[in-house]
Design a protein around this ligand. Structure first.
Ligand code: XUL
Length: 517
């Protein structure tokens, strides 16, 4: 019996999916929600704010406690000794700062103690900036200026200098922490940090996640010396190596063998970013499919048939774990905005869904750009929705209309900001928590005038990890694995042609609202 395990270290939870390669079946999955299970970290949604809402951090010790919890629960659900290989993914861009103790401690983890207690003395910075941070505009400008303009950064790294990307974040740390920066011997991404813990050694980053740093040259797949130079001094020695997504970094750490009953022979395949992993988990890593993930953030991505970049600078090109590149557009106000509107009216998710069914497309001429947190597509610093409606916007007096206007605004903004990818999808494959909601998916289908299909297994990031583990260390082909595990539900949501005109008009209004930003 051969099992593989995929890990998803995401913003709000640490999750695992175990698949059975012989029975072509899901064995089990488990998720540790940070807010619910680890309340001592004061991060109900997995993060906390700094001095302003633009500074967003997570506590890396919380992730480690979640790993211990995850495996102690998972061993009750399945026989961990049957697992032959592990891979996984982390929320992109976030970074972990470690001192020189790290290199020794990570190789000698003692199963009698917790991971967090052992790694705590290795941190040179106690908090990790994550992808929701939008506080580094000045650093982005400085890096762009040093390079001779954002076009050059985009050409080299696949994205202009972006606030949440790791390079500008590192520069900010260097400028504000004059003692802690020199004391930092290794800067890991979330993915390479978790991979290092699981394999008990300092691990490389893969090209998929490395491309989200504004530091990797997409042509050479190596750290770019001019980008590093513009970011912070002595950076090269602090960054891990870069490898392709098929790299087997080694075997599992003894910590997990002794503590949770894994076999000593478990292969660890390099971890990647959550979006590149989701590309694999949705069977979209060969070009032709468009995927939308409706998670904490909403993301729109696809394997790239041709290399294009976003002239507005909000979109990105990342490495595709199956080779080549992928395009990605990230909308920070995803589930967080949907939850915000739901909670504002103290609605349950069922009432939220009913509100969509009970209101007409176009929300009676009420339009909303639901940017309750600073947005990144487009860049919008303030936090507060942008509203436009019939004389006096009906929204807050009419909760049901507000809910519809929120979802419509999200998808119209998504359509406008993904035009640069030059994809006119016939079918959109959806994943992530909100993909379970057919009412939301009908609006998506109508706005894009495309069919919408869900995956049978909704956790595409962790599934992508389990698939990559099997593909790169157990000699299964990607095609075989996709046919076993990446099936779509039979149900297809069809676009309603009657709504074309309504949404065309709505798009024009939203376009004009975007011009006011
Ligand atoms: C992508 C991005 C987010 C994070 C968190 O650029 O910032 O999608 O990966 O999921």
């Amino acid at each position: 019996m051969a099992y593989t395990l995929g890990i998803d270290s995401s913003t709000q939870s640490m999750s695992a999916t175990v698949i059975d390669l012989e029975n072509k079946d899901l064995v089990c999955k488990y998720s540790v929600n940070f807010g619910e299970r680890l309340p001592q970290y004061d991060s109900p949604n997995g993060f906390f704010y700094g001095e302003s809402k633009n500074e967003v951090y997570s506590n890396p010790m919380m992730w480690l406690d979640a790993i211990d919890l995850l495996f102690s629960e998972l061993r009750k659900l399945c026989d961990l000794s049957k697992i032959k290989a592990i891979s996984g993914a982390g929320q992109q861009h976030g970074s972990v700062y470690l001192n020189s103790n790290w290199f020794k401690v990570v190789c000698q983890l003692n199963p009698k103690e917790s991971l967090s207690a052992q790694i705590a003395p290795c941190l040179s910075r106690t908090k990790s900036p994550i992808w929701m941070d939008t506080s580094t505009t000045l650093e982005c400008q400085e890096i762009a200026q040093a390079l001779g303009g954002n076009e050059i950064i985009c050409q080299k790294s696949g994205s202009i200098a972006i606030e949440r990307f790791t390079g500008p974040q590192i520069r900010h740390f260097y400028k504000t922490s004059l003692e802690a920066y020199p004391n930092t011997a290794r800067i890991h991404l979330v993915s390479s940090f978790i991979c290092s813990i699981i394999s008990g050694q300092d691990c490389p980053v893969d090209t998929g996640d490395g491309a989200g740093m504004n530091l990797m040259n997409l042509e050479t797949n190596k750290w770019d010396s001019s980008l590093m130079h513009a970011t912070a001094p002595n950076l090269e020695e602090k960054l891990p190596n870069i490898v392709e997504g098929d790299n087997v970094v080694g075997k599992i750490s003894d910590y997990f063998v002794k503590k949770f009953g894994f076999s000593k022979e478990v292969f660890i395949v390099v971890f990647t970013g959550d979006n590149p992993s989701s590309l694999v988990g949705t069977a979209a890593s060969t070009p032709s499919k468009t995927v939308i993930s409706l998670g904490t953030s909403d993301t729109f991505f696809a394997a790239m048939p041709t290399n294009v970049s976003d002239p507005n600078g909000y979109g990105h090109v990342f490495g595709n774990p199956s080779g080549g590149y992928m395009s990605l557009q990230c909308f920070l106000n995803g589930s967080l905005a949907r939850e915000h509107v739901k909670n504002k009216f103290k609605f349950s998710w069922n009432q939220f869904t009913d509100a969509i069914y009970e209101t007409p497309p176009g929300a009676n001429g009420n339009y909303m750009l639901p940017f309750f947190n600073p947005e990144i597509s487009p860049l919008y610093e303030a936090n507060g929705p942008i509203l436009k409606g019939n004389s006096n916007f009906e929204n807050w007096r009419n909760p049901k209309i507000a809910i519809r206007a929120c979802i419509e605004g999200q998808f119209i903004n998504m359509k406008i900001h993904t035009k640069w990818m030059q994809m006119i999808p016939e079918i959109i494959y959806v994943t992530g928590g909100a993909s379970k909601n057919d009412a939301i998916l009908q609006i998506l289908s109508d706005i894009f005038q495309a069919k919408v299909q869900k995956l049978e297994l909704s956790e595409s990031v962790a599934l992508g990890g389990a698939i990559r583990a099997a593909q790169h260390s157990l000699n299964f082909t990607l095609e075989t694995l996709e046919s076993y595990f990446c099936n779509n539900t039979k149900k297809v949501i069809y676009p309603n042609e009657d709504n074309v005109q309504i949404y065309n008009e709505a798009s024009e209004v939203v376009q004009s609202m975007l011009l006011t930003i």
